[in-house]
Design a protein. Structure first.
Length: 91
């Protein structure tokens, strides 16, 4: 089951925090954000004790690090990942 959103309706997803401060993101949320094993999430806190979470996309620095580790590295990027990072021009 994927997340369905519209301008008028917000989707609510809950997760429990463990004693170690860990949270397992529900599958629907991971799918909606395109998160996979090893994905990074950036949290932006606001003044009302709320936050926004977003999938951290790869930067050009990430490209260079992966390129330096060789073609058989664990973090090999797809051509699509490289093009998205180049388009953002993040240094």
């Amino acid at each position: 089951m994927g997340l369905k959103t519209s301008a008028a309706v917000a989707t609510v997803v809950e997760a429990k925090v463990t004693s170690k401060g860990q949270v397992t993101l529900p599958k629907a949320l991971r799918s909606h954000l395109g998160l996979k094993k090893g994905s990074r999430i950036r949290f932006t806190l606001n003044s009302k004790h709320g936050f926004k979470g977003e999938h951290v996309m790869l930067s050009l620095e990430d490209l260079f690090k992966r390129a330096d580790s060789g073609p058989k590295s664990k973090g090999t990027m797809s051509l699509e990942d490289m093009n998205r990072a180049k388009a953002r021009r993040i240094w």
